[in-house]
Write a protein that binds this ligand. Structure first.
Ligand code: ARG
Length: 575
């Protein structure tokens, strides 16, 4: 009855109802998919809407609900099974719920919610991928933190993830940069200003090129030189890359994010020719105004550009080469690409090209898009130089957090470390808190509000749970036995129901490539816990009652820490 060792009420219901309806031949999976959580808990904890069964059974939905209610044995899982109109409603038996869920968390600890369904298969996650010589700005924040969260979530489900930072270290922009450097730059200025100076040169190129389009030709020429092994061009390119990587690394250090491969776009240079040959051999390549393209008219898309007039490669060319290489190298069951939604067409196009090349695994390529990030409503653009560097943003977050700690809890030990965990956590949570396709507006007041729906609120709730446990002397590894029916107040049961949901939420987050399912869940869990804490004193005279409540606190602390960990956020024990 317990798939993957987790209590699964939907499965129990599907089993019970399926048995009653066995003659109809209805699949249990089909029933499972119909079961929902009613919006109002007064209606029950789970419900089976009977509309869809109506056709099959040739009866009105309320009649079906009524009949089923009389035929289902609720024990030991349910306190009651009742029909309300067309719904068959299930009310959980508290003692069974409490005992099963809390014992499981106590036994599994930090592994509660994990699964082995991945069976060690490989998933490649292409994320972060900032561009060399361009600033690591908040636009890349989403890719970085969503990709990192997906990495952790899939590992938690038993997959082996390969995180690839497909650095933007190739392309016409380097031609532009070299042109600008040659015209208006100097070694001293670059040594001194680093990325900011490179960015300044890049912006200058664009403003100047508006007046003087010949600059664009010069830039193309420089890029052509890079692609054709010109030493001067390559040396400048390498230098710009080094400067950028050092700066990027500081951001990754702050976020504590690392990659299994840093193979950027340039890595595929020597793999391009083979791709072109293959496209030719498969008769997919067409000439169009001197350029080489794959025509996608039949699929309602503009053509995928493979080679420019001068033979230089494009973003898509390098992506196709990278995909072929990754399939060969990692035998992935899925390859995820985490980028802004603006690139959706790009991915659709080249995924189609891979499919047309005859690779059935094209179906395993998944674009995971996200919306725009803005800061107080301002749209960020590199070309115009209106950017906020991620490093500055993170550092400001840490400083502001330290100021808050100094005000609220000046005696805290290791203040700096905690400020880093909380400040960074605030930014990361800010980027993961809403459905990824929605645009995010980052605001300091919101992100650092310890009482709002924020990372610090979750961390604070976790720290509060830790402090209760410390006071009670319940240390990790202590014998945790308890009397389940002591936890019978509605506030406590609400928390246990939330804890029950965690494994299911992790699974949905993976299936939908949506870390915000976990973020939203953690907020609800924290709300329910704070409600409980408000209503029920934990440290009381009744030893059994205290012990049961402590176990509940311990379980919440554990799940909060695991959930935050999956999002790439630290959970300090004190703050
Ligand atoms: N460097 C690109 C950008 O900043 C993102 C690269 C995403 N990955 C890929 N394989 N195309 O927009």
């Amino acid at each position: 009855m317990q798939k993957n060792g987790y209590l699964d009420y939907k499965e129990i219901i599907a089993e019970k109802v399926g048995t009653v309806l066995v003659e109809t031949g209805l699949e249990k999976e089909a029933l499972y998919a119909l079961i929902e959580y009613p919006p109002d808990e007064k209606l029950g904890d789970l419900a089976l809407p009977c509309f869809q069964l109506s056709k099959l059974l040739k009866k009105a939905p309320n009649v079906i609900a009524q009949e089923l209610a009389g035929q289902i044995d609720p024990t030991p899982y349910f306190a009651a099974v009742k029909a309300t109109g067309p719904y068959l409603n299930f009310f959980l038996a508290p003692e069974f719920l409490v005992k099963t869920v809390l014992e499981k968390i106590v036994t599994d600890g930090a592994n509660y919610g994990s699964r082995t369904i991945g069976g060690g298969q490989n998933i490649v996650i292409d994320f972060s991928a900032p561009n060399i010589a361009k600033p690591f700005h908040v636009g890349h924040l989403c890719s970085t933190v969503i990709g990192n969260a997906l990495y952790k979530i899939f590992e938690f489900l038993g997959y082996n993830c390969i995180g690839i930072n497909h650095l933007g270290d190739w392309g016409t922009q380097f031609g532009k940069l070299i042109t600008a450097y040659k015209k208006w730059g100097s070694a001293e200025a670059v040594e001194k200003g680093l990325i900011k100076e490179l960015m300044h040169l890049y912006v200058k190129f664009h403003t100047e090129a508006e007046q003087d389009p010949s600059l664009e030709d010069e830039a193309r020429e420089w890029f052509w030189k890079i692609e054709n092994g010109d030493e001067e061009a390559l040396a400048l390119w390498r230098w710009f890359k080094e400067i950028s990587l050092e700066e990027f690394q500081r951001v990754y250090d702050l976020l504590e994010i690392s990659f299994d491969s840093m193979a950027g776009e340039s890595f595929y240079n020597d793999k391009i020719d083979a791709v072109i040959e293959e496209l030719k051999a498969k008769q997919l390549l067409e000439e169009s105004e001197g350029a080489a393209i794959v025509n996608l008219d039949d699929y309602g898309m503009p053509p995928c550009l493979i080679l420019k007039k001068d033979g230089s490669t494009l973003y898509a060319t390098r992506d196709i080469a990278a995909a072929l290489y990754r399939k060969k190298t990692y035998q992935f069951v899925k390859a995820l690409y985490v980028t802004g939604a603006a690139q959706s067409l790009h991915f659709k196009q080249w995924f189609k090209v891979v499919e047309l090349m005859g690779y059935e695994w094209a179906k395993d390529l998944v674009h995971v898009p996200f919306g725009l990030v803005s800061l107080k409503g301002e749209k960020l653009s590199t070309r115009k130089g209106r950017v906020v560097l991620l490093e500055d943003l993170l550092k400001t977050a840490i400083e502001k957090t330290l100021a808050i700690i100094n005000e609220k809890n000046p005696g805290l030990l290791q203040k700096e470390e905690v400020a880093q965990m909380v400040g960074v956590g605030a930014v990361v949570f800010g980027a993961l808190s809403v459905n990824r396709i929605k645009d995010v507006t980052f605001s300091w007041e919101e992100a650092l509000n310890f009482e709002g729906e924020t990372g610090p609120y979750l961390q604070y709730t976790h720290a509060r749970a830790c402090s209760i446990l410390r006071k009670a002397g319940l240390t990790p590894g202590a014998d945790i036995t308890f009397v389940p029916d002591k936890l019978n107040e509605p506030a406590a049961l609400r928390v246990v129901k939330m804890l029950y949901l965690f494994p299911e939420k992790v699974l949905s987050a993976a299936n939908e490539y949506e870390p915000s399912i976990i973020s939203r869940y953690l907020i609800e869990l924290a709300h329910s816990f704070n409600g409980f804490y408000h209503e029920c004193q934990v440290l009381v005279d009744d030893r059994d009652l205290q012990q049961a409540r402590l176990v509940l606190v311990w379980a919440v602390k554990t799940v909060l820490a695991t959930g935050l960990g999956l999002l790439g956020i630290k959970a300090p024990e004190q703050m």
